[in-house]
Design a protein around this ligand. Sequence first.
Ligand SMILES: [Mg+2]
Length: 280
Amino acid sequence: MEAILPGYRKKKEYLICVDSDGCAIDSMDIKHFQCFGPCMIQEWNLEVYQQKITLLWNHINLYSMTRGINRFKGLAKALEIIDREMTPIEDLDSLIRWVENTQELSNRAVEKAADEQDSICLKKALHWSECVNQKIRELPKETVSPFSGVRENLELLHETCDIAVVSSANLEAVEEEWTRFGLIEHVDAVLAQNAGSKQSCIEKLLTFGYDKDKVMMVGDAPGDMDAAKANGVFYYPVLVTHEPESWENIGEAAEKLQNGTFAGGYQEKLIQDFVRNLRE
Ligand SMILES: [Mg+2]
């Protein structure tokens, strides 16, 4: 296996892991508003239902407990509802079966399955995914920026804690963005897609000698919380539509981490607020 974090060493007692997309960087909304949803409407000629479908897409991918879901899973979920409530989607079963059974949710894998099964819906899913990638590449760079308060607070946290980016996005993209926004100097390590799942990234970081109760994961999606829980570390949620407040309050979380009062009521309240924010 390729060595991840060669030469990394623990410098502080405390470690804060930070997700990138939708947590530190305000990049999720724009991609869903301008790329994912519109490309689906276009690919399946759903213009008549545009308003309803846009709300549905954003609910699944941004504002509910499926926030951060894989794109193909999100697509299957949305099309299932569209098929049931709006208009029939041809060959939808092929896509549903594929997302449930495939070992890999990627363009390459959907292309292979589409050819093997000669499936119209899988072919459309691939074309949609490529259209999304193209649209994301075309987004003007200035449409993406860190949430307000991220830079200042990372700088503060970095005085007393090691900081690691833990992201499931492409490594080069994460490094480029964190460098461009002047965040990288407050970071000790970047673990991205190539380093494995978020759960295994945190696990890897723990091997450098941090106590679990001195580590917190900062994230915006249920998957981030699950990765924290699976490793027995704390979870600090950045609440969608309230991101600046979340970043403003992160100093309090770091204080609680350092004086040993994060566990129990405080952690439970954070999780409660997080779940409620994605349910209402
Ligand atoms: Mg995220």
